[in-house]
Write a new protein. Sequence first.
Length: 261
Amino acid sequence: MEWVGGNADAKIIAEEPYPDYLNYYNRVTQEEGATHVRQFRRIIYKNIYPNIDVVFYAGKGVQNNKGFEFDFVIHPGGKPENIVLRYSGQNSLEVSGGKIKMELATGTLEEHIPVSYLETSNEKVNVTYRSLGSNLIGFHADHYSSSETLIIDPSPALVWGTFYGGTLNDYGNDVKTDGSGNVLVTGITKSSNAIATSGTYQSTFGGNASNDGFVVKMNNDGVRIWATYYGGTGYDFGRAVCVDGSDNIYATGESESPATP
């Protein structure tokens, strides 16, 4: 993400230092190294646009463990409409349902504005994204008292992510979604635990010391609906999965096991 037309010479202010420090000794440092390099919980870029700051947080406050966040701080005289963001690195980008939705190589990333408010009175202000085309995003704010400082708080967040596997080697080879947004994954596993659910086609591992294929279905919140092994006593591999218009699931792969009746 870059600030189009932003101030390249913005003053940078570091606040709330961590108690530790880092020492660097590498090719780009002099022989004595770059030592006592501090880390900070809060970094401010002053006047990235006229009367607009960007504030980065490592969680808001010392006790907050929410991870990386940033705010736009619109001081009196600043205009939210002056902020123009260019995104790059994603496969696609759109503004939908009040959110920025980005399709990445590793999944979907959404960025939303949970709340925008006036700093002094804490009055909420309706701020929305607007698409400016060519991967450019701007803001629109409803009328507010421009004599007060406005805080715009975007929130980048992965929709969901999960580990999936047991105590041995597990590999996901293909993923698809069905018409309801459920997620289907097929792959290979050596784990005899934490893979299949009861009542499915094959709820127990069949590969002895070899591999089984597996198929797992999760809903669009990442909650497992069901999962099954697929394999016999030989090596079995789930390679690809797809779904038809009736949400029937088709998986293909390789097998060294005897055919099933």
